[in-house]
Design a protein around this ligand. Structure first.
Ligand code: C2O
Length: 339
């Protein structure tokens, strides 16, 4: 058996960013990690970013401000969290046991579980800094017409949820294009919403006729990175990244390049909804996860709310009750959008 795990004892410069500059984004050392198994006595519900209260927005903005103000030596620092994302996508770590094979958790079956864990620890860091166990992350409900714009909380330049490197043409009320390829001319909002509805149906229902087509292709220990993305990773995951990023920056930073995406707080709301698509795939569409032990036994290393490195497995990411959060059961308008 060949499950994948990162070798965190050696973090190096990763691959080049799209403009040819090598990327160095190593977070603080994760040496001395311990194994972590989640357990939760309460389950809290994440909410759509465009429906939360003013008080919630203030609270979340405070949490992000606190993370931005932590010293850079602290892995819970907001920009170190962005580095953790960068290092796992731009190949700063090799695969454990295979020093000449780099690790990338994108474009493979590690995509969903890795990001689920990443948000899990980010949420726990927020709970801890706010001293509020009931706090949950918001998600950007871009699959529903009511959520197909940048949610207001991310568009207020006075809040720490704002980011300067976004496409100014895509500020509200511009309707998001879930199949954006970086070029398309905007069309009228109602047609765009209709297209988005079809994109959701295609990516959630038509394309992923097997678990691998939903999750992504197998990455086994010793394999070359990027064997192939699942349906949702391609669209709308990649397209929403590209749609938010600033085309006047060399690599469409922040959201438009994986190495810089985590610097924009909207990253976490985008991935909240990506994670919710996995929830919907299991709980509404009643489709099954991958059962291959190499997937289940693959592992990652993150930093917990006490800034300690911890190792977690894919297997422990599949049960949301154990992770202590869930998603509300909202109407899914795209279920009726068979193209
Ligand atoms: Cu790790 Cu949205 O990318």
């Amino acid at each position: 058996s060949r499950p994948v795990s990162p070798d965190v004892s050696n973090c190096t410069e990763g691959r080049m960013n799209p403009s040819g500059i090598p990327i160095y984004c190593c977070p603080p050392s994760a040496a001395g990690y311990s194994d972590y198994t989640p357990s939760a006595s309460e389950v809290y519900t994440r909410m759509p970013a465009h429906t939360v209260s003013h008080d919630y927005i203030k609270q979340y903005s405070t949490a992000i401000a606190k993370m931005k103000n932590l010293p850079l030596t602290d892995p819970r620092n907001f920009y170190q969290q962005a580095n953790i994302h960068c290092v796992y996508c731009d190949q700063g770590y090799a695969q454990s046991g295979f020093p000449d094979k780099k690790l990338d958790i994108h474009e493979s079956w590690l995509f969903f579980p890795w990001h689920r864990w990443f948000l899990y620890f980010f949420e726990r860091i927020c709970k801890n800094l706010l001293d509020d166990d009931t706090f949950t992350l918001p998600f950007w409900q871009w699959d529903d017409p009511s959520g197909m714009q940048i949610p207001p909380m991310y568009n207020d330049s006075k809040l720490s949820l704002y980011d300067f490197f976004r496409n100014p043409k895509h500020f509200p009320p511009q309707v998001l294009d879930l199949a954006y390829d970086g070029t398309g001319l905007p069309i009228d909002p109602n047609t765009q919403m209709q297209y988005n509805c079809c994109t959701m149906y295609t990516q959630m229902i038509t394309h992923p006729s097997t678990p691998l087509l939903f999750f992504g292709q197998p990455l086994l220990g010793g394999d070359d990175p990027d064997p192939g993305a699942g349906s949702i990773e391609t669209l709308p995951h990649n397209s929403v990244h590209l749609w938010v990023g600033d085309p006047s920056q060399p690599n469409r930073e922040d959201m438009g390049s994986l190495y810089s995406a985590g610097r924009d707080p909207i990253f976490w709301a985008h991935h909240g909804n990506i994670d919710r698509m996995w929830y919907i795939y299991n709980n509404v569409l009643k489709r099954k996860n991958i059962e291959d032990p190499d997937w289940l036994n693959s592992s990652f290393i993150f930093f917990n709310e006490a800034a300690r490195p911890v190792r977690v497995t894919v297997k422990d990411s599949t049960n949301l009750a154990k992770l202590g959060y869930t998603y509300p059961d909202l109407p899914l308008s795209w279920l009726k959008c068979k193209p």
